[in-house]
Design a protein around this ligand. Structure first.
Ligand SMILES: [Zn+2]
Length: 131
């Protein structure tokens, strides 16, 4: 692609978790993960129980700025929503989000899901490409 900008540190290659083809970011909005209790905080941020409880008291909804779900495009699989995490060295890694990751984002990704049980169904449907 023309117009390369070296200042884009995040401009690296990503590969499809399904077929290993190179995939592209679509520049969609980032849906950051948030954690609402000390148990999640401790696990996800790898911190002590004491610190997790302190954070949870100060931030009942803690937004993790290093983890979000973003849209990618795969030439074989089409549009994909992937979980992106920023490591301490600023490198980004991608994973297929599981249901708990989806539930930790603001529910704007799949606007047609009014509640968690329906969302699970919708998510499965979209993954199975049944329609
Ligand atoms: Zn693919």
């Amino acid at each position: 692609m023309a117009n390369k900008r070296s200042r884009y540190k995040e401009d690296r290659h990503f590969y499809c978790p399904h077929c290993q083809a190179r995939i592209w970011r679509l520049g969609s909005s980032k849906h950051f993960l948030f954690y609402q209790n000390a148990v999640e905080l401790k696990k996800e941020l790898n911190i002590s129980t004491k610190k997790a409880k302190m954070i949870n008291t100060n931030y009942p909804v803690y937004v993790d700025r290093t983890a979000w779900i973003e849209q990618f495009f795969c030439p074989n699989d089409g549009q994909l929503w992937l979980l992106v995490t920023r490591k301490q060295d600023q490198k980004l890694s991608i994973h297929l989000p599981d249901r708990k990751d989806w539930n930790r984002t603001t529910k704007t990704i799949l606007p047609d899901r009014p509640n968690p049980s329906v969302s699970e169904y919708t998510y499965r449907m979209s993954r199975n490409k049944d329609r």
